[in-house]
Each structure stands twice: as structure tokens, then as C-alpha cells.
Design a protein. Structure first.
Length: 561
């Protein structure tokens, strides 16, 4: 081999960037970074991180990237690290900043795609953390169809307050408890100071841990790596293994399209249902499926959830946090129970070459654990998601069933045209038992950005109203939300959906058993109100929010641009 080639046969993309005398200028610049001729003769593997100093969720990504790069080099590749953005759901919750969260999913996917295409990487490892970074990375991988995988930075450890494990969910609920007079300023401050003890994504089975679990079943992560907590001494080795695996995928030319099959998506939906996972999983799996060209509809979530038992006792609906699941034996225990129940496609193959059945067979259970229960003695016989339709949601909406027993609620609407207006009413204790809280103009286009309503929902729970009211919105819910909450109502209010025409005092019925969300109004009255409705002016006339609002689709189709 000379300095001008030939090079490694797995340089299917990067040879055009590095090989031959004509590429001397490119090599000169790469040598300025520190790469040698030997480095440039190997496959070039991008290592994408979403490191940012605005939250603990992604704080360990620089560290993990170093270990991923070790693994790539050890397996014969040359890693090139790059960074993209992230927006913290937890920090921005309840503010206008939360509008940036879902928008960031598209920006992250686009930016990973651009760097990978621009620099002709042969493979890709994406290190992810806070909620939107996870689906965004898979969306980029699917578009590029490059050999690669996603590595989750890991869950945060639980905090300790008054002898109990706590998470950020407890802090949000403390705000409501304070408003109700059951917590003092000093108690809230003490709780907030210990709830997030270091690096890692939110500790309950909220959106980040839901999606990290789903990726194991989807096949784009190697089971056993994502679940290692962020600060666990085994996390660096997990990162090294991810780097080594990336090189094996490049050499074998194993691409996302080989694993992201219809069967894999059904497995991922089953995993979300079986663990009482976040409703955001619906939005994100629909978006990923569109990228890879797999036909998936919102109704698939209802069908699959209805046949899936809940086998994991994890917050917000259960007792334990993600680190407890890891110590119990990890996601493989969930896979084992779902294989035994016969509700997954056990022959689906993931990036590590193992079938889901092999992952299940390799599970190691800690004696006496009760985080994951047997499929034939489940926590609930049916999964944690349901899709409702009706005259308020002709295109569908999502309700989370884990964490409460309520399947029916009928009450008068309390209508708010923004989350802030609703939170002010909650804080003033103006919401009454029996009410149906309606928050609208918070959808993908109307928000824009489809904000999560945890600031409101947690405060309702903290005030003791979690089991007394229902809430419906064209926005989203955090994975930490529990109670009878209906989100993703489509069409959204900003685009003239029926939720735009509800008025205070209208009787709204949430009927989960019959999969219905209705307002008790005659069709001609709804039609009259629709005829009188005028679309409001967009909240943003320019900039990224304006562009997003103009381009984004319905939540029932994944809210993709």
C-alpha cells in the first residue's frame, strides 16, 4: 500500500474522500487534525454526541465518546467525533423554551445526516441522552442507511430524600404540593437539591428510558449496553463494546434497513406497552418508521398494547426506577417474559447479531427481584397505551393506562389556550374535582413544538387532584406524567381540529374501554362553531419556530417535517 492506496475494502464511502493523489488537499487538512496515513487508510467512523451543559442527561457524552473511539480503533477503524445540539425537556418544562424540544428532534436528525453525508463516513455511532436525541439519532441512521448503532448515555441514579428514592417527577409534583400547602419552601428546596445527583437521563421510566428500552427491541442498540447507568463503573466498557461493534457492522455492511423491519417496530411497541412507557414513544416510532419506509399507524399501538401484559413495575406508574431494573437483570428480563408470553417476534435480529429469543435466553435474573414480574401474573393484563377517537379526535389521540385504574371520566370542560394559562389556574387552585382540563393550541404547528404538560399534570397530582380530573391536549405529556391524561389530540386546534371548538362547561367524555373521546354536542352545533372559527395568528412570524410550524405534520403521523 502506498500513501495513495489501495485502502481498506470497507471504506465504501470514505475512499472517495481520502484515496488517490487528487485527494491530497483533503488528507493535508485531516493530517492537521492529527490523523496519519495509516488512520486515513482505515474506515472512517463518525461518533456523534449530543453533549451539552444545560442538563445532566447528556453530561457524560464527551467521556463516553472517548471510550467509543477506543473501541473503534481497537477493531481497526478511525473514529471522528462531532457534536450536535440538545434541548432539556426537564429544564425548559413549563416555559416557552419547551417549544424547542420536539423541534430539536428534526434539527438533530438533520445535523447528524449532514455531517455524515458531508464527510462520507463509512459508519456511525450516535451517543444519545435526553428525550429527543434518541429518536433523532435513529431517524438519521435510517435516512443514511449507514452501518451503525445508537448508544444511550444511561440513566441518572435516584436521589434520596427522607430515606426514599426520588426522581425529577417528585420535584414537579412538589410544586403542586406546595401550592396545596402540604410542602414548605424549605422542603421543596431540600428535595430539588438532592433529586438529580449527577450525570444521566431522568431516572424513572420516562421518555428517555422508554426510548432506550425500545431501541433494544427495535434492534438499533445492542441489548445490555443502553441500560448500564450513566455513572456505573461498567459504562465505559459498554461504550468500548459499542465502538467495536460499529466496526464489525461496517466490515459486514450490516445496515439499519436490515434490522428496522416491521417485526422490529412491533417488538418496540410491545416493549413500550409492557413497561408502562411514555406516550412519546408513539410519536417517535411513527417518525422513525416514516424514515425507513415501514408502514406503521397510530392504531398499531392500540392493537399491540391490548394484547401485551405489563410486566415491569417502574415509575411513574410503578415503584422502581431504571437503575433498579438494571440491578434486577435489565431489559433482557422484559424480553424473556414477552417471549414466554408469545407477544413478540422472537426471531428479529438486532445489530449485535442476536435474535430477541437469544437475548431473552441469556437473561440473568437477580434472585428475589420483583421489578419484572412473570408474564402470566402481570401487573396489568393489557399494556400501557390506548388510542382513542371520537368527535374530539377524528384522527386519534393517545392515553396512557399505566399508573392509574380510571377508564372513564365525564365532566365539564375547563378550557385554556396555552399551558401557562392552565398552570396559573392550577396554582390558584381553580380546578375542581370532576373537571376535564382542556389545553389547546399547543400542538405541533400551534405551539409550535407540541410542548409537554408535566408542569401542569404534576402540579395537579401534587394538589391531590390526579385521580379527580381528566386532562386532554393537542400537546404532549412527559413520560413522568400519570393519571387520566389524553394527549396528541388530532387534528390539532391550530389547524381547525374539533378541540378548537370546545367551550367552558361543555361535557367531555373520556371512555377508554370504548376507545372514544367525545364532547356532548350535536353535530350541527360543532359544525356551526367550526364555521365561526378563525385560525389565530402564528405565535412566531420568523425563525426556526415559524419554519417548523409551516412544515410540520400531524401528531397522528409522528409530527415530522
Amino acid at each position: 500500500m502506498t500513501a495513495y492506496g489501495p485502502t481498506h475494502p470497507a471504506k465504501r464511502q470514505s475512499a472517495a474522500l481520502t484515496d488517490g493523489v487528487d485527494r491530497a488537499p483533503a488528507r493535508a487538512m485531516l493530517k492537521g487534525v492529527g490523523f496519519t496515513d495509516a488512520d486515513l487508510a482505515r474506515p472512517l467512523i463518525g461518533v456523534a454526541t449530543t453533549w451539552i451543559e444545560t442538563m445532566p442527561c447528556n453530561l457524560n457524552h464527551r467521556l463516553l465518546a472517548g471510550y467509543v473511539k477506543q473501541g473503534i480503533r481497537r477493531a481497526g477503524g478511525t473514529p471522528l467525533e462531532f457534536n450536535t445540539i440538545a434541548v432539556s425537556d426537564g429544564v425548559t418544562m413549563g416555559t416557552t423554551g419547551m417549544r424547542a424540544s420536539l423541534v430539536s428532534r428534526e434539527v438533530i436528525a438533520d445535523s447528524i445526516e449532514l455531517v455524515a453525508r458531508g464527510h462520507l463516513f463509512d459508519g456511525l455511532v450516535c451517543i444519545v441522552g435526553c428525550d429527543k436525541t434518541i429518536p433523532a439519532a435513529v431517524m438519521a441512521l435510517a435516512r443514511l442507511d449507514l452501518p451503525g448503532l445508537v448508544l444511550y448515555g444511561g440513566s441518572i441514579a435516584a436521589g434520596r430524600y427522607r430515606g426514599k428514592d426520588v426522581t425529577i417527577q417528585d420535584v414537579f409534583e412538589a410544586v403542586g404540593a406546595h401550592a396545596a400547602g402540604s410542602m414548605t419552601d424549605a422542603e421543596v428546596h431540600a428535595l430539588e437539591s438532592v433529586a438529580c445527583p449527577g450525570a444521566g437521563a431522568c431516572g424513572g421510566h420516562f421518555t428517555a428510558n422508554t426510548m432506550a428500552t425500545a431501541l433494544d427491541f427495535l434492534g438499533v442498540s445492542a441489548p445490555g449496553l443502553n441500560e448500564v447507568p450513566a455513572t456505573h463503573p461498567g459504562k465505559p466498557e459498554a461504550a468500548v463494546r459499542a465502538g467495536e461493534l460499529a466496526m464489525r457492522l461496517v466490515e459486514s455492511d450490516t445496515r439499519p434497513s436490515h434490522v428496522l423491519t416491521r417485526a422490529a417496530f412491533e417488538n418496540a411497541i410491545t416493549a413500550i406497552a409492557a413497561t408502562g412507557g411514555s406516550t412519546n414513544g408513539v410519536l417517535h416510532l411513527l417518525a422513525i418508521a416514516q424514515e425507513v419506509g415501514v408502514e406503521l399507524s397510530i392504531d398499531d399501538f392500540d392493537t399491540i398494547s391490548a394484547r401485551t401484559p405489563i410486566v415491569a413495575d417502574i415509575k411513574p406508574g410503578g415503584r422502581y426506577v431504571a437503575t433498579d431494573l438494571f440491578r434486577a437483570g435489565g431489559v433482557a428480563l422484559v424480553a424473556r417474559e414477552l417471549v414466554r408470553a408469545g407477544v413478540v417476534n422472537e426471531d428479529a435480529i438486532g445489530v449485535d447479531g442476536r435474535s430477541l429469543r437469544q437475548v431473552a435466553e441469556a437473561a440473568h435474573e437477580r434472585p428475589g427481584q420483583d421489578v419484572v414480574v412473570s408474564w402470566d401474573a402481570p401487573l396489568k393484563p393489557h399494556g400501557g397505551l390506548a388510542i382513542l377517537r371520537g368527535n374530539l379526535a377524528p384522527d386519534g389521540c393517545v392515553v396512557k393506562l399505566a399508573g392509574h385504574e380510571r377508564l372513564y371520566h365525564r365532566g365539564p370542560a375547563r378550557v385554556f389556550d396555552s399551558e401557562e394559562a392552565c398552570f396559573a389556574a392550577v396554582k390558584a387552585r381553580a380546578i375542581q374535582p370532576g373537571d376535564v382540563v382542556v389545553i389547546r393550541y399547543e400542538g405541533p404547528a400551534g405551539g409550535p413544538g407540541m410542548r409537554e404538560m408535566l408542569h401542569v399534570t404534576a402540579s395537579l397530582v401534587g394538589e391531590g387532584l390526579g385521580d379527580e380530573v381528566a386532562l386532554i391536549t393537542d400537546g404532549r405529556f412527559s413520560g413522568a406524567t400519570h393519571g387520566l391524561m389524553v394527549g396528541h389530540v388530532a387534528p390539532e386546534a391550530f389547524r381547525g381540529g374539533p378541540i378548537a371548538h370546545v367551550r367552558d362547561g361543555d361535557l367531555v367524555v373520556v371512555d377508554v374501554e370504548n376507545r372514544q373521546l367525545n364532547v356532548e354536542l350535536a353535530e350541527d352545533e360543532l359544525a356551526r362553531r367550526a364555521a365561526d372559527w378563525t385560525q389565530p395568528e402564528p405565535r412566531y412570524a420568523s425563525g426556526v419556530f415559524s419554519k417548523y410550524a409551516a412544515a410540520v405534520g400531524s401528531a397522528s403521523e409522528g409530527a415530522v417535517t
